[in-house]
Ligand binder design. Structure first.
Ligand code: MLT
Length: 410
């Protein structure tokens, strides 16, 4: 009989969002008339913007002609998309990247998981608590950890608590780590990192020979000036950081799928013998072997995000979601709920009422207000006593949800 990967048996619960979906389904099955508003998973609701849609349609038509038909594309992504990203997303930040340093993919969720392929299991990883569950669970899946303790912390992972006291910004680990996951603007807390904070991390990684996995999937939601959008705005970071970016939330691509990962050529880690090895060719090798590239129409659609028209249209949608975030934040604050995030991030991280656990608050909101959010403890034990609301809903629904919450909790 074949043997399973026993590491999967260490995973504590189902993946957070399907688990929420299961509970919501159980509720709606027994309350079919309830008009449930879903502000749980951060899934976008606005349609693709016209410039993107036009490029998408045209690229599909291209595939129906012998001149412009496209079969397998480059596994790394088409040069015209990568160069547009460099020109429009990085040059304005003063960051120079080469075409060979960007890899187009079908999502940051997959990339943050797949990147583990090129790192040895002996690496010690540090992740925040609370955290986007993918970072934690994928390390369990590959076999880097022991069992979970009663809190849900896995043996072998260094957890960095993010609390109100440290402004949801993790402290440098006290013990030696080799890989550090950072996510700013943060999912789930909505916290951001200033240049000084990121410099502290980059200096630390350079001093201790660690690699930072920098998840910048929400950078487009930064509204305040002076906050870095990329870790590469920090000097020295190309020698210690891999950056993940996504079109999912920025341009409504959660269903379309397009993201990219930056692996600078200057970035190295060591082999068993202690030799410095460049990570860029390793990631290239991994992608060329296990991934066949993203479809041509999707990459054309992503490129259209950067056209003058597309950029403006996408920005309008981002502004729409950030206005939703303001409505949620201010609505909840008006009834005395403590809220974090929602200024440079589409997530509001609210404190549950004294003595009410995250899952109890989830049930209360679902049953009494028919509003779905995400329990903070689902992102890690330090998220207990918090609750996340997503601002990606439709405006009417957001207003309705805030009214219902005010009526039930106010
Ligand atoms: C979330 O709600 O945290 C995100 O939608 C999850 C994701 O991007 O995979």
């Amino acid at each position: 009989m074949a043997r399973v990967n026993d590491s999967y048996l260490k995973l504590k619960a189902g993946y957070l969002f399907p688990e929420i979906g299961r509970r919501v389904k159980a509720f709606t099955d027994s309350n079919p008339d309830a008009k449930v508003i879903r502000l749980g998973i951060g899934d976008v609701t606005r349609p693709l913007v016209p410039a993107v849609l036009d490029a998408f349609h045209k690229a599909i038509d291209d595939l129906g002609t012998s001149e412009d038909f496209h079969g397998y594309g480059p596994e790394q992504g088409y040069k015209w998309l990568i160069d547009t990203i460099i020109e429009k997303s990085y040059k304005p930040l003063g960051v120079d990247l080469k075409t060979s340093e960007i890899f187009i993919s079908d999502g940051s969720k997959c990339d943050t998981a797949n990147i583990l392929d090129i790192f040895d299991l002996s690496n010690r990883v540090a992740i925040s608590d609370p955290v986007y569950p993918v970072y934690n669970d994928t390390n369990v899946m590959v076999g880097r950890t022991g069992e979970a303790d009663e809190k849900g912390h896995y043996e072998g992972i260094v957890y960095m608590p993010c609390t109100e006291e440290n402004n949801f910004s993790p402290a440098l680990p006290k013990e030696k780590v080799d890989i550090i996951y950072l996510c700013f603007p943060n999912n789930p807390t909505g916290a951001v990192a200033s240049k000084e904070v990121l410099k502290k991390w980059v200096d630390y990684a350079l001093e201790t020979d660690a690699v930072i996995f920098f998840d910048a999937a929400y950078e487009a939601f930064i509204t305040e000036p002076g906050i870095p959008h990329s870790i590469y705005e920090i000097e020295g970071s190309k020698k210690c950081a891999i950056e993940f970016r996504s079109f999912s939330k920025t341009a409504g691509f959660t269903g379309v799928r397009c993201a990219f990962t930056v692996v600078p050529e200057a970035l190295t880690a060591r082999s068993e013998s202690g030799r410095a090895v460049n990570l860029n060719p390793l990631w290239n090798r991994r992608q060329s072997t296990k991934f066949n590239g993203l479809s041509y129409p999707v990459q054309r659609a992503a490129q259209a995000v950067y056209s003058d028209e597309g950029w403006k249209q996408v920005q309008d949608v981002i502004d729409y979601y950030m206005e939703n975030a303001r409505i949620i934040r201010e609505g909840l604050q008006s009834i005395g709920i403590i809220c974090h995030g929602g200024v440079n991030s589409p997530y509001i991280w609210l404190k549950t009422p004294e003595g009410v656990s995250s899952w109890d608050f989830f049930d209360k909101l679902l049953i009494e207000a028919n509003v779905v959010g995400t329990p903070g403890s689902g992102f890690g034990p330090a998220g207990e006593g918090y609750f996340r609301l997503s601002a990606f809903g439709d405006r009417d629904q957001i207003e309705e949800a805030v009214d219902r919450i005010k009526k039930n909790l106010g």
